[in-house]
Write a protein of this length. Structure first.
Length: 303
């Protein structure tokens, strides 16, 4: 006879969005948009049958569609856990170059009953090219990054304080240790990626979501909303470092990326052009520095 077992998970253990006290206390930038705070519960219990035929209750991440409307025009549908949807949408718009800065947005409201995010700009979108509103790019499709446009901007990407940015072996190991404490969704249910922003060894914010791009976009939105510069920061991700991930980090001024996953050849090439530092295969006490070893302090002889 099948036996049913129940796994009890405390709510405090499954926070998909974490902001440390110093980060949570940061005020928005001047002229920041009005935003809602429409976070969602990230997990749902379902009944399954395991390999022994036992029926038990487990948790799975709750993936939700969020359709973004920009000045009333449907732009894209993002699949997300909904832990911090307003920052996700802001980061998406910024990283896709659909807006130049958050001051271009007047309001951003998320309504989960409708499954939508309504974004209203201050000046509206008036076509494209010379007729476009300042700082806003007119586009017929918001699905995916326009790769050719990103390639044209590689040389123009600025990394403030990039030359002085450094990371030691002990700091990198502390980052990895810290992230093991902030992967509650992954431990409870799997099927998610993590992304986090560090200043040295200090964690600022951490997010878990269904895709690596969602994680990076959410961190980018939070940075822009609060005026946090990236030059002295470290970005952590569980996702692979493809060219788009590298470009997004560069667009937000972050020169050092640490990933639990690997790095693609184009990701390496772009990082070299942009003067960035990439660490991959970073887990436990092992990691590889693929690009930018001049910023790495190996601390030879350290335990």
């Amino acid at each position: 006879m099948a036996i049913e077992r129940r796994v009890v998970i405390e709510h405090s253990d499954v926070m998909a969005w974490v902001a440390q006290p110093t980060a949570a206390a940061l005020p928005p930038v001047p002229d920041a948009p009005r935003v809602t705070a429409a976070s969602c519960a990230p997990l749902r219990e379902i009944s399954i049958v395991d390999e022994k035929g036992d029926r038990r209750t487990i948790c799975v991440p709750v993936e939700r569609p969020l359709t973004v409307f920009l000045d009333g025009r449907e732009l894209v549908t993002l699949m997300t856990l909904g832990a911090c949807p307003e920052m996700l949408v802001l980061g998406y718009l910024l990283n896709q170059r659909l807006i130049g800065n958050v001051a271009m947005i007047e309001s951003l409201g998320v309504d989960w009953n409708a499954g939508s995010a309504a974004v209203a700009t201050r000046t509206g979108i008036r076509g494209s090219g010379a007729d476009a509103a300042p700082g806003i790019v007119g586009t017929a499709c918001g699905l995916g990054t326009v790769f050719s446009d990103l390639m044209m901007q590689v040389e123009a990407s600025a990394l403030p304080q990039a030359e002085s940015a450094r990371i030691s072996r002990s700091t990198l190991l502390h980052v990895l240790d810290s992230m093991r404490q902030y992967d509650a969704i992954h431990r409870a249910a799997g099927s998610v990626h993590s992304c986090a922003l560090f200043q040295g060894a200090d964690l600022l914010v951490s997010i878990e979501d269904v895709s690596r791009h969602n994680g990076l976009d959410t961190v980018a939105g939070w940075m822009a909303f609060h005026g946090v510069s990236g030059g002295d920061k470290i970005l952590f991700t569980t996702g692979r470092l493809t060219s788009e991930m590298v470009m997004k980090a560069a667009h937000n001024g972050v020169p050092i990326i640490v990933s639990r996953n690997g790095v693609t050849a184009m990701g390496c090439d772009l990082a070299v052009k942009l003067g960035m530092t990439l660490f991959g295969r970073a887990a436990n006490r092992r990691f590889l520095c693929y690009v930018g070893a001049k910023r790495f302090e190996p601390e030879v002889g350290a335990d």
